[in-house]
Design a protein around this ligand. Structure first.
Ligand SMILES: Cc1ncc(COP(=O)(O)O)c(C=O)c1O
Length: 459
């Protein structure tokens, strides 16, 4: 098994860059215009993460439900990025379109519950198993709310995260372990005057001994964790790790917050239900309202009771309680809740997940066959509908393994190569998502483009 040479990768990259510039010129012009008024040339800095030098501008053109889009240069696109999960419902699902239009005609943001609130609350409880729920406008917000509640009820300062984790704009989580084991800020992020040394703690994923040592100090309010890591590279929990995490958090009185914003790809009840986890708090964002900015967090019965002790609900005649310290006034608005109902009842359903998982397995088989055919030292990993292609033969156990084996030049080439063939994958590491609107023909487009890429780099 031999990896592609750096010379071959550089040669192909040059050709792909030229092709990108030729075939995405109009998007390039619009990006130049965008640079006059957007801080990073487009409405969000995330849109700058794509290879090529500028983001594609999506054409203002109606299309059927699914994952096929077109850009302003007339390129046809098959979308496996799906907004890095926010588009997990697919683009233009009729039930979502209808729910949006219907609620928009009634009122979008009322600071009062709409007619769908009771149904959605009951469904969240049924689906994910936690007793009490609250909405926020983003998963970052939901994580911050859980951290705040955990600090309130434990009266402890620190938040423990796993190295390589990403939980949105959560200051406490911007830390990682450097190769020498010291703690540093991830991705060269600005410290923002935040006292990470006093309020954060970080250990490697799957390292039970380090976790135990970190929790026994008794100053950690909560562990904030993805059940399987998806943001640095995909890292699966090793057998017994979740049992140890649950046992150690219970023994040390630490709140366990499971962030399922990406691992909802596991199935209709997320990784938590698929693997029988028992979080104290549970976070789910992005896809839950069909891509409208929204997230939910859930609390177990025991956690809710502790929260109510610290912050009692209002008595019937009072109008002002202590502010919970989280959540904007847009959170839980009627539009969001109406769309959540459509998503939970008609889009991200049990049968839809069964199809999504089947299609992701089809993609994995296709990519695995290509890897075997060219005898490349690569492999795939999959968490339900989410698949990752690794340019390494072994599954990583933690962020240090990912860092050691990552090939940034090859990764960049794969992204640009697929983009030039109209196949969109998440612009960070090599992740794809299947949604209820994905078809076998869509998956085969990815498999064919990947096969072409593998043949080119192996030549
Ligand atoms: C696991 C996880 N949590 C939280 C977030 C942040 O989500 P949002 O952008 O909605 O704040 C992300 C975003 O990628 C994520 O992957």
């Amino acid at each position: 098994m031999t990896a592609p040479t750096p010379q071959r990768v550089a040669q192909l990259m040059q050709a792909e860059q030229a092709r990108f510039e030729r075939t995405h010129a109009r998007s390039g012009e619009l990006f130049q215009q965008g640079k006059q008024h957007w801080l990073y040339g487009a409405p969000s800095h995330w849109m700058r993460r794509w290879m090529g030098g500028w983001p594609l501008t999506i054409a203002d053109r109606p299309h059927d439900y699914g994952i096929r889009l077109a850009d302003v240069d007339g390129n046809e696109l098959v979308d496996f990025c799906l907004g890095d999960s926010g588009g997990l419902c697919g683009h233009g699902h009729p039930a979502i379109v209808q729910a949006m239009a219907h609620q928009a005609g009634i009122g979008t943001s009322l600071m009062l519950p709409g007619g769908d609130a009771a149904w959605v609350g009951a469904e969240l409880q049924r689906r994910f198993g936690l007793s009490y729920w609250n909405l926020t406008t983003s998963a970052s917000d939901a994580n911050r709310a859980c951290i705040r509640l955990a600090r309130m009820i434990t009266e402890r300062p620190r938040v423990l995260v796993f190295s390589g984790a990403y939980h949105g704009s959560v200051e406490e989580a911007h830390v990682e372990l450097a190769p020498d084991g010291s703690v540093r800020l991830r991705n060269g992020i600005h410290p923002n005057a935040f006292p990470h040394d006093r309020l954060s703690r970080v250990v490697e994923f799957n390292d039970t001994a380090a976790l135990e040592q970190a929790l026994r100090a008794g100053d950690v309010a909560c562990v904030l964790a993805e059940p399987a890591m998806t943001n640095y590279g995909m890292v699966e929990p090793q057998p017994g790790f979740h049992d140890a995490l649950r046992r150690l958090t219970r023994e040390t009185g630490t709140v366990l917050v499971i962030d399922e914003t990406h691992t909802i790809s596991s199935g209709p009840g997320g990784y938590t239900r698929a693997h029988g986890l028992q979080p104290d708090m549970f976070v789910l964002g992005k896809a839950i309202a069909g891509g409208i900015p929204a997230a939910v967090f859930g609390l177990s019965q025991a956690m809710a009771e502790r929260v109510w002790q610290a912050l009692p609900p209002l008595p019937p005649t009072a109008r002002q309680s202590a502010h919970a310290g989280f959540g904007g006034t847009l959170a839980g608005n009627a539009l969001t809740v109406a769309v959540m109902r459509a998503v939970l009842s008609q889009v991200l359903t049990e049968p839809a997940f069964a199809r999504m998982l089947e299609l992701a397995a089809r993609m994995q088989r296709g990519v695995d066959d290509t890897i075997a055919h060219h005898r490349l030292p690569w492999r795939t990993l999959r968490i339900g509908a989410r698949m990752e292609t690794l340019f390494a033969p072994e599954a990583p156990r933690n962020a240090a393994d990912v860092r050691r084996t990552r090939d940034h030049a090859l990764e960049a080439l794969l992204h640009l190569y697929l983009l030039n063939r109209g196949v969109l994958i998440t612009p960070f590491h090599n992740m794809t998502l299947c949604c209820p609107g994905t078809t076998a023909a869509d998956v085969d487009c990815h498999v064919a483009a990947f096969a072409e890429f593998a043949a080119q780099v192996s030549a």
